[in-house]
Design a protein around this ligand. Structure first.
Ligand code: ADP
Length: 192
């Protein structure tokens, strides 16, 4: 079973493209959602986070999001540290999830494949790209964030130029129908 990583910057359309693969019956693992789930539900990960960030990270067994957010959002080192704790847990969870899939290939949708230098974990990496202005407008209308917020997020992520050079496939997500046909083409190649 091939492991395919699907990534892209904020607003590029990763989730949208992941759903298109799901429509073709490809199993998709959503790393971000799963990471959030593991932080709340994995006894092992909870313990590791508490050891690093303090027992205040959880209140009555529930994740103290405000506390953790305050720590990591203002401090790059702390954010990297949290990622480095969550990342191995997601990796393990993904490998376990894969054992229950029956498909020539599976996809992990993960916004941080390159940021985490995790590309070697995949047989194939697909990046979704779109012009910055389009992405800014999409995210502003999806999440109600200000332009400045979105621009900052984009600046902190891997550039599309780097994505292009490090990916096996690029999907240019501008027009839905055109994106769908690019997805279908890649799907056929991955099945071949
Ligand atoms: P990401 O997961 O990369 O942040 P999403 O898939 O959530 O991006 O897409 C961001 C927003 O843009 C969503 O509201 C989505 O519906 C919209 N969107 C995605 N692709 C297109 C497209 N080709 N045309 C118009 N809107 C799109």
């Amino acid at each position: 079973m091939k492991k395919v990583g699907l990534t892209g910057g904020i607003g590029s359309g990763k989730s949208t493209v992941a759903k298109m693969f799901e429509d073709l019956n490809v199993p998709v693992y959503y790393a971000d959602d799963r990471a959030k789930w593991l932080m709340v539900n994995s006894v092992e990960l909870k313990e590791i986070i508490q050891n690093e960030f303090g027992t205040e990270s959880y209140i009555d067994g529930k994740l103290n999001r405000a506390y953790l957010a305050a720590k990591v959002f203002t401090n790059r080192t702390e954010l990297d540290k949290l990622n480095s704790l969550v990342h191995p847990a997601v990796r393990k969870d993904f490998d376990k999830w894969m054992e229950n899939q029956n498909s020539p290939y599976v996809i992990q949708e993960n916004p941080l494949i390159f940021e985490n230098e995790n590309e070697d974990h995949f047989d194939v990496v697909i990046s979704v790209i779109a012009d910055e202005e389009i992405r800014i407008e999409r995210v502003m209308s999806r999440d109600g964030h200000s332009r400045g917020d979105v621009v900052n997020r984009i600046k902190n992520q891997t550039s599309d130029q780097t994505r292009k050079s490090k990916s096996d496939f690029i999907i240019q997500n501008i027009d839905f129908n055109d994106t769908r046909s690019q997805v279908l083409k890649i799907h056929k190649k991955l099945l071949a």
